[in-house]
Design a protein around this ligand. Sequence first.
Ligand SMILES: *[C@@H]1O[C@H](CO)[C@@H](O)[C@H](O)[C@H]1NC(C)=O
Ligand SMILES: *[C@@H]1O[C@H](CO)[C@@H](O)[C@H](O)[C@H]1NC(C)=O
Ligand SMILES: *[C@@H]1O[C@H](CO)[C@@H](O)[C@H](O)[C@H]1NC(C)=O
Ligand SMILES: *[C@@H]1O[C@H](CO)[C@@H](O)[C@H](O)[C@H]1NC(C)=O
Ligand SMILES: *[C@@H]1O[C@H](CO)[C@@H](O)[C@H](O)[C@H]1NC(C)=O
Ligand SMILES: *[C@@H]1O[C@H](CO)[C@@H](O)[C@H](O)[C@H]1NC(C)=O
Length: 583
Amino acid sequence: MESSGSKFLWALPIFLLCSLTLFNNGVEASHKVYSHLQSLPAVNVREVHRTGYHFQPTQHWINGPMYYNGIYHLFYQYNPKGAVWGNIVWAHSVSKDLINWKRLDPAIYPSKPFDQYGCWSGSATILPGNKPIILYTGIIDKNNTQVQNYAVPANLSDPYLREWIKPDNNPLVVADESINKTAFRDPTTAWFGRDGHWRISLGGRRKHRGIAYLYRSRDFMHWVKAKHALHTAAGTGNWECPDFYPISVSSRNGLDTSAIGSDVKHVLKVSLDVTRYEYYTLGTYDTKRDRYIPDKDMIDGWNGLRYDYGNFYASKSFFDPSKNRRVLWGWANESDTTEIDVRKGWAGIQLIPRTIVLDPNGKQLIQWPVEELETLRGNLVKLSEKELVRGDLVEIKGITAAQADVEVSFSFDSLEKAEPFDPTWDRYDAQRLCGLKDSTVEGGLGPFGLVTLASEKLQEYTPVFFRVFKDQDRHLVLLCSDASRSTLADGTSKNGSAAYRPSFAGFVDVDLSEKKISLRSLIDHSVVESFGAGGKTCITSRVYPTLAIYDNAHLFVFNNGTEPVKIDSLNAWSMRKPVLMNR
Ligand SMILES: *[C@@H]1O[C@H](CO)[C@@H](O)[C@H](O)[C@H]1NC(C)=O
Ligand SMILES: *[C@@H]1O[C@H](CO)[C@@H](O)[C@H](O)[C@H]1NC(C)=O
Ligand SMILES: *[C@@H]1O[C@H](CO)[C@@H](O)[C@H](O)[C@H]1NC(C)=O
Ligand SMILES: *[C@@H]1O[C@H](CO)[C@@H](O)[C@H](O)[C@H]1NC(C)=O
Ligand SMILES: *[C@@H]1O[C@H](CO)[C@@H](O)[C@H](O)[C@H]1NC(C)=O
Ligand SMILES: *[C@@H]1O[C@H](CO)[C@@H](O)[C@H](O)[C@H]1NC(C)=O
């Protein structure tokens, strides 16, 4: 890792690939503009807490993905001048394996009347004849008026597609009278209908109703707004970064964004600007009416299904034809203060790309880190057939605990001791429940799981654990990733901060009849990405330990429940750094 005092500071990755992007940042209440900081270059770059194998720019802020002719392209929202949001361009990095990244010059930056105040998120589409095209949101005035533009590669023979051209017939889409033009952004990857028209969706709002607008075009240049939106939902506030794609019902293969048919369901994901989290529904794309209809049992709002119950926003997915998979990519912001971001000289990381498939039960998606990540696995430590009784805390030694990949499967003999689920608890507020019943609160079946980024005496630690409740006729499984004790820093110390330390949590819709459950955590200095029950429930936490850093970080397994739990198998790997990380 370098610490040159150079010029890049803040980046928010945008995902592009098929869609590029994401991040978006609008101007909602949650998004603060620090005009005095946004062009303040990092004097030096603080290394502690920088991730080892997650994508992050050398400095500054990152935020999008596309596969084209053997190369993955990540386009991300980036501030080339400072470690806070501002001066946004489409930075560009390329990779052959989603792990090693080479940094190129920004692909799109403000330069024309149709984007002179900003180049925000969007998506890429591969047109017939193998021609990529990017649609992105341009800001045309100081009032944040948003229009949709396109850009195409200057030279299709350049394998890296370094240079992008923004033709003069931009913008392609401007808001009509019925649309709030300051909440009109983030075009999706386009899909092609049997009627020979392309379609895109765009995020927005009408009062408190979130909207995914729908536009159609025959030639990709002239777009007409459909009479009806693709979908809307009351009370959800502004929608950003909508993502709309098909998923196979019977196979684990991913599908091209235009695929339709009887074996296909659709997913609509939106990013909620108000709270900066995302939810998705599964449903049917009615191609006759050109509308998306969520399945009956889906919650279409704040309590809906989430890709990740932690620090995960502005995600985008893309179809990767080289491996026949759909890959989801999310961005995680920092959870410390803006002042600390400025001091450390960088902010924002890309999470590890995840393959997404439909759960065989048809009720949710399942996510798993892309297989390429396994090429970074180094030294392996194993444990099996180990019983953990009430109060046990066992260290897993012999790996680099600050930079690791851990897979563990637990089993138990009985569900008898599961604690009763108090009917006054909010079934949708898992985070609050995890705060109430943290890893130190003894339970029946659970809490048990991993203790990550721990200092030797547990002055600092981030536990990731399960706790099982009994609710009338069924069991409820809670997965927590609790950052509340992750750092001793009080938010003011010079080397760490703890501005935001939530007890992130989600319920896991898993069948416990075999009395087994698994957990995988990707640990990387200031991030812990966890996948419960094979990827049914995922949680990402950003944490900033002061003691549990580098070789002073430890990894444990624990059980604080009265029911003994057995580790059937545990594999923990030290993780290497990619050879090429965005240099
Ligand atoms: C921005 O909005 C203000 C207040 O509505 C208006 O007076 C001004 O003309 C607008 N500026 C531009 C460039 O549209
Ligand atoms: C296009 O890219 C190819 C491959 O990198 C290169 O050989 C060629 O000179 C480029 N053409 C132009 C006009 O830059
Ligand atoms: C338009 O959207 C912006 C940004 O979300 C919001 O601040 C504003 O109140 C909206 N205007 C109306 C009339 O809803
Ligand atoms: C980071 O994201 C979380 C939600 O994921 C949000 O609550 C928090 O305000 C964000 N922090 C910043 C500095 O944007
Ligand atoms: C388990 O519970 C004990 C007693 O409350 C507590 O001291 C210990 O820190 C807990 N373990 C974890 C990993 O939280
Ligand atoms: C953090 O700062 C404190 C004093 O402010 C110092 O004692 C401690 O060693 C520092 N820790 C790291 C990891 O730099």
